[in-house]
Design a protein around this ligand. Structure first.
Ligand code: ADP
Length: 246
């Protein structure tokens, strides 16, 4: 098995408090892995260390055998580790089609104004079309992002991350805040992500975790608490007590 992403003895302290405490995590190629943990377990801190938003106090982050611990965020994206965009990073005044065209044209190294990328480059138009269909956004492709339903905006976050051609996709709580009626569509999209993209899902919602993941890593108090396949984690009394004791 090839390891795509690995952390080695990762530690992040805020003063004396260790939000990430000696985490050694491996994500294998093609994985459908989830990182779960109660509120305050250190999930966000760990993502920030993986994406370069935070620098660790000690330890390292390895992507496809290369140490990326000190690389800035944009260089990590270029190397293929991409976190889902956050709603507040989306351009409210653009449409989903325009948003994706920007990212896709940037990926293809096409500079120039938006209308040029959209109107003149067949590759951009074709890739946008694929992404819009894949993420069930084709019916709203020309509406302003600001006017989209919340669930659709979350779909656009994932689509925008995928437009960066990630090898390692960090799916950051894709159903958080999504109304009940819009969740299934996101489950379906997440389950249909291309097999060649390795996925680490950071999630609090157990329905999605057990619906999607094959492997689960449980974080508690900044440290890895349990790891295993979905069934063993779901039936682990220690894990249950951590969640029930929340
Ligand atoms: P989760 O995403 O699992 O809810 P976080 O990574 O947000 O957990 O937080 C883990 C712990 O680290 C929490 O106790 C939080 O208060 C603390 N923490 C996170 N960021 C900071 C910071 N910048 N300064 C101090 N403490 C922080």
């Amino acid at each position: 098995m090839t390891t795509v992403l690995e952390t080695r003895n990762l530690v992040k302290r805020f003063g004396a408090f260790a939000a990430t405490n000696d985490v050694s995590l491996k994500v294998e190629k093609g994985a459908r892995q989830a990182l779960i943990g109660p509120n305050g377990a250190g999930k966000t801190t760990l993502i920030n260390l993986l994406t370069g938003v935070l620098e660790p106090t000690s330890g390292s982050v390895i992507l496809e055998g290369q140490d990326i611990t000190r690389l800035p965020s944009h260089q990590r994206v270029r190397r293929g580790i991409v976190r889902t965009f956050q709603i507040n990073q989306l351009f409210n005044e653009l449409t989903p089609l325009q948003s994706l065209a920007l990212t896709v044209s940037n990926q293809l190294g096409i500079s120039g104004r938006l209308w040029q990328a959209l109107g003149r480059d067949e590759r951009v138009a074709q890739r946008c079309d694929e992404l819009l269909k894949q993420f069930h956004l084709d019916d709203v492709q020309d509406q302003k992002v600001a006017l989209l339903a919340y669930g659709k905006r979350r779909q656009l976050e994932i689509a925008t991350a995928l437009a960066c051609n990630p090898r390692m996709l960090l799916l950051d709580e894709p159903v958080a805040g999504v109304p009940e009626g819009e969740r299934q569509e996101i489950f379906d999209i997440v389950n249909a992500l291309p097999a060649e993209v390795t996925v680490l899902l950071i999630e609090h919602d157990m329905d999605l975790v057990f619906n999607f993941a094959r492997t689960v890593s449980v974080l508690v108090n900044g440290a890895l608490f349990a790891e295993g396949d979905v069934k063993s984690i779901a039936s682990d009394p220690r894990v249950k007590s951590v969640y029930l004791g929340e």
